[in-house]
Design a protein around this ligand. Structure first.
Ligand SMILES: NC(=O)c1ccc[n+]([C@@H]2O[C@H](COP(=O)([O-])OP(=O)(O)OC[C@H]3O[C@@H](n4cnc5c(N)ncnc54)[C@H](OP(=O)(O)O)[C@@H]3O)[C@@H](O)[C@H]2O)c1
Length: 279
């Protein structure tokens, strides 16, 4: 993993995603604890981050801006306008801004941070997902108008520490959000349904959960490691006239595949709507 070209990385918003990223970059040795500064609105959360990671936790967003060479915004989209308004006049030359906010365009961040002194802030937009919490994330990265190749490289190094990374065009960000940002929820939905099904056919809830989680994990690892197309793996389990074929026939008859496609398309359209609202 490349050593980042910055000394100090700041986090504004210290919730779930920030915690996952901080854990990843520390465990991979990408930054030392003293090279990370963070803050959160909540005092309780600040204490938690300081205690958990031994990093300097500061009491205001401005202090983080003052100390950091690159600042990662990890607040909810509805909070970003206030955050940027507060910081805009205190930005230093050469600072980079990373945003993981869902549905908030790089151009919105650029406009929110632009000042007469620094009219062209450098912004990199990233769409991570919650499996980053266990180091198995998938993140899409795209540079804003003024971002350099080195800025995108830095974002790649950071997010590679909590999973895989793909560099995409910003026009694909809503698609990334719909497929991989929201994706864990679709799979959790399937997992919940299968656990319920297990109970329906006679297992206890605990047994069913254990069986389903191991089966899902094993299937994902097999799909990745076998080198075979997923469709072939599915066919291998589906003997004509057998048990799996009976199950798949029900899914096909109910057009469940189309439903999944429709769900992802709906999520992508919602991302576009939210982007237009300037979130
Ligand atoms: N979770 C996901 O699956 C996911 C995936 C991709 C992208 N994202 C994006 O990641 C961002 C963070 O998500 P998350 O799940 O980590 O949310 P989260 O756990 O709610 O974390 C956000 C944190 O920011 C704090 N905060 C709010 N306003 C602030 C301010 N003005 N200054 C400093 N801190 C402030 C919040 O404190 P309070 O709770 O006290 O308000 C909260 O602790 C969101 O923009 C989301 O769109 C999330």
């Amino acid at each position: 993993m490349k050593t980042p070209a910055i000394q100090t990385l700041g986090f504004i918003g210290g919730g779930n995603m920030a915690e996952a990223i901080i854990r990843g970059i520390l465990s991979k040795g990408l930054f030392k604890p003293q090279q990370i500064v963070a803050t959160d609105k909540s005092g309780e959360r600040r204490d938690y981050l300081a205690k958990t990671f031994g990093i300097p936790v500061l009491s205001s967003n401005k202090e983080v801006l003052e100390k950091a060479d690159a600042v990662l915004f990890a607040v909810k989209p509805q909070n970003i306008v206030d955050v940027m308004t507060d910081l805009r006049d205190h930005i230093r030359k050469d600072q980079l801004f990373l945003s993981i906010l869902a549905g908030t365009r790089a151009a919105t961040i650029e406009a929110g941070l632009a000042s007469p002194q620094f009219p062209r802030p450098r912004v990199v937009r990233v769409m991570p997902n919650t499996p980053a919490l266990v180091g198995m994330g998938m993140a899409g990265i795209s540079g804003g108008t003024n971002a350099t190749e080195a800025d995108v490289d830095l974002a790649q190094s950071i997010f590679s520490s909590v999973g895989k990374v793909i560099v995409i065009e910003e026009v694909q960000m809503d698609a990334m959000t719909a497929l991989s940002g929201s994706g864990p929820a679709y799979l959790f939905y399937v997992i919940e349904s299968l656990i319920e099904a297990g109970v329906e056919i006679g297992f206890s809830a605990e047994e069913s959960e254990e069986i389903v989680l191991q089966m899902v994990l094993g299937s994902a690892v097999l799909a990745r490691e076998s080198g075979k197309p997923v469709e072939e793996l599915r066919r291998q389990v589906t003997s004509p006239g057998g048990t799996t074929a009976a199950g798949i026939a029900v899914l096909d008859a109910r057009e469940v595949r189309d439903d999944f496609i429709a769900a992802v398309v709906a999520a992508e359209e919602r991302g576009q709507q939210l982007g237009k609202l300037g979130r």
